[in-house]
Design a protein around this ligand. Structure first.
Ligand code: SAH
Ligand code: SF4
Ligand code: F3S
Length: 445
C-alpha cells in the first residue's frame, strides 16, 4: 500500500513553493499526499528561521506532534527547510528540543528524500543539509496540492548573497543561482493550459535573476524573463516577489509599464528610513537612493501600488532613526507593509558584531507606531480607490459571505463583490463603492 505523506509549511512563499516540489518528488516515488496529519504515515514540517518566534512556533508544533507519535509508533517525522539547515543535527537531540524527530533535510537536499526515508525505515536517523551551488529543481513539475486553481508560484532563483547583517537567509539558503529560462517558460505555459491565470515569479532577490543560455552564450536578465512570461498570453497575469531596491532598474519598470498583464504592484522592502541604520544593515542603498527609486516607479508606472517590509528596533536605532522611518513611510505612502520587531539571529553579522541594544519595550512601541501609521496609509490608499474601476481576477467565494466573491486587482488589493455566478479564473470589471483598510468592496459594471 502507498504510504501517505502530509506536509505542513511555515515561512515565506519560497517555502510554500518548495513544499510543492517536495510533494512532486514524493508522489513520483509512490507516496501519496494527504491533507490530514492524523491520516499520514510521514509528516514533513517545512520550517522558517527568519525570526525567533518563527522557530518557536515550529518547536511547539513538533511537541504537539509527539502525541500523534505515541498513537502511531511507525510515524516518521521530518524537519525540512531553513531550520533544518540552521540547526542541523541539533534537531535530532530530543533532550534539546523536547521532541523526537527522525529526519533533518535542508532546502537543497529534497531530491534525496526518498533515499533518506529508506534509511529511516531501516532504523537510522537521516540527515542531509548540504547546500548546493546549482540546484534549482528546474526539471521537477511542482504538485499544486493546496492550490486555488487560479494562481501559482514559480521559483525562478534560489539563495541570497546580499548578507544583510540581520538576516539568516544567506546561511539557510546558500548561494544565489538562477533557473534555466526554458524550464520556467514551459512551467508557466503548462499552468496557463491547465486554467491558471496568475503566476508569481519567486526568488529572495527575484530581480537579480540572471541566466546564461548554454547555446547562445547570451545572458538573460530579469526584465527579459518577465517579458517572455508575459508574452505567453494576455490573459495570464504575472507578478513577482521579492525585489531588492538595488536591482530595481528603469528597464524593469518600463517592462512592467508596457505589458498590460504584468501587474502594477511592486513589493520593495525598505527596512528602515534612516541611512545610518541602512548602512549598518548592509542594505547597499541610502534613504535618498530608495526615495529616488520610488520616484522612478511613480513616474514610469503612475498607478502602481507599492508595498514594503520594515524592521523596528535594529541595533543602535535611535529615536531619530525611528522618526526617519515614520517620515519615509509618509513620504512614500505605502499601500501595504509587513512590519517586524528586530529579532537577533544566531550566526548573522549583526549577532557577531553589534549589540541588540534597543530595549524590548522600545522595540514594541516603535513597531506599534509603525503599524498604526501603516493602517492609516492603507485606509487612505483604499479610500482613494472609491469610484475607480478595476479588472478583478476571481479567486473564489469571499470568506465572509457565500453571496460574494473575492479576487485581486492589478495592484494586488483584495476586492469583494456580489457573486453573479462567476467561476475562479474569470475576469470581472468592478467599480469600487466602499472599503476598509484591508479590502475594497464594489460591484460588477
Ligand atoms: N529577500 C527579501 C526578504 C526576506 S525575509 C528582501 O531582501 O527583502 C522577509 C523580511 O523579514 C525582510 O524583508 C525583513 O523585513 C524581515 N526580517 C529578516 N530578518 C529579520 C530579523 N532578523 N528580524 C526581524 N525581521 C527580519
Ligand atoms: Fe535577507 Fe537581505 Fe537576502 Fe533579503 S536580501 S534574503 S533581507 S540577506
Ligand atoms: Fe523563512 Fe527561510 Fe523563507 S528563513 S522567510 S523560510 S527563506
Amino acid at each position: 500500500m502507498e504510504k501517505k505523506i502530509y506536509i505542513e509549511t511555515y515561512g515565506c512563499q519560497m517555502n510554500f513553493s518548495d513544499s510543492e516540489i517536495v510533494a512532486s518528488i514524493m508522489t513520483e516515488n509512490n507516496y501519496s499526499a494527504t491533507r490530514d496529519a492524523e491520516d499520514a504515515d510521514i509528516i514533513f514540517i517545512n520550517t522558517c528561521s527568519i525570526r525567533d518566534n518563527a522557530e518557536q512556533k515550529v518547536l511547539n508544533r513538533l511537541k504537539q506532534l509527539q502525541v500523534l507519535r505515541k498513537q502511531k509508533p511507525n510515524l516518521v517525522l521530518g524537519v525540512l527547510g531553513c531550520m533544518a539547515e540552521r540547526l542541523k543535527t541539533e534537531l535530532l537531540e530530543e533532550a534539546a528540543t523536547g521532541s523526537r524527530v527522525d529526519m533533518v533535510v535542508g532546502p537543497d537536499a529534497y531530491r534525496d528524500l526518498p533515499q533518506l526515508l529508506l534509511d529511516v525505515e531501516s532504523g537510522h536517523k537521516a540527515v542531509n543539509v548540504i547546500l548546493s551551488t546549482e540546484e534549482t529543481y528546474a526539471d521537477i513539475t511542482p504538485v499544486r496540492y493546496a492550490s486555488n486553481g487560479v494562481s501559482a508560484f514559480i521559483s525562478i532563483m534560489r539563495g541570497c548573497e546580499n548578507f544583510c547583517t540581520y538576516c539568516v537567509v544567506p546561511y539557510t539558503r546558500g548561494k544565489e543561482r538562477s533557473r534555466n529560462m526554458k524550464s520556467i517558460l514551459s512551467e508557466a505555459h503548462d499552468l496557463f493550459e491547465r486554467g491558471f491565470r496568475e503566476i508569481t515569479l519567486l526568488g529572495q532577490n527575484v530581480n537579480s535573476y540572471q541566466y546564461e543560455d548554454e547555446k547562445s552564450g547570451k545572458t538573460i536578465t530579469f526584465p527579459e524573463l518577465l517579458e517572455a512570461v508575459a508574452a505567453i498570453d494576455l490573459s495570464l497575469r504575472v507578478r513577482f516577489a521579492t525585489s531588492h531596491p538595488k536591482d530595481m532598474s528603469d528597464e524593469l519598470l518600463q517592462v512592467i509599464a508596457r505589458n498590460e498583464n504584468i501587474c502594477n504592484s511592486i513589493h520593495l522592502p525598505v527596512q528602515s528610513g534612516s541611512s545610518a541604520v541602512l548602512k549598518k544593515m548592509n542594505r547597499k542603498y541610502t534613504r535618498e537612493g530608495y526615495l529616488e527609486r520610488i520616484a522612478a516607479i511613480k513616474s514610469i508606472i503612475p498607478d502602481a501600488a507599492i508595498s514594503t517590509d520594515i524592521i523596528a528596533g535594529f541595533c543602535s536605532e535611535t529615536e531619530d532613526d525611528h522618526k526617519q522611518t515614520i517620515s519615509l513611510m509618509e513620504d512614500v505612502g505605502f499601500d501595504f507593509a509587513y512590519m517586524f520587531k528586530y529579532s537577533e539571529r544566531p550566526g548573522t553579522i549583526a549577532e557577531k558584531k553589534f549589540d541588540d541594544d534597543v530595549p524590548e519595550d522600545v522595540k514594541s512601541r516603535r513597531l506599534q507606531e509603525i503599524i498604526q501609521l501603516q493602517n492609516k496609509l492603507s485606509l487612505r490608499s483604499n479610500r482613494a480607490d472609491i469610484g475607480k474601476i478595476f479588472e478583478v481576477l476571481v479567486e473564489g467565494k469571499s470568506r465572509k459571505s457565500e453571496k460574494m466573491v473575492s479576487g485581486r486587482n492589478s495592484q494586488n488589493k483584495m476586492v469583494v463583490f456580489p457573486d453573479k455566478g462567476y467561476k475562479p479564473g474569470d475576469y470581472v470589471i468592478v467599480k469600487i463603492r466602499d472599503c476598509t483598510s484591508a479590502t475594497l468592496k464594489g460591484e460588477a459594471v
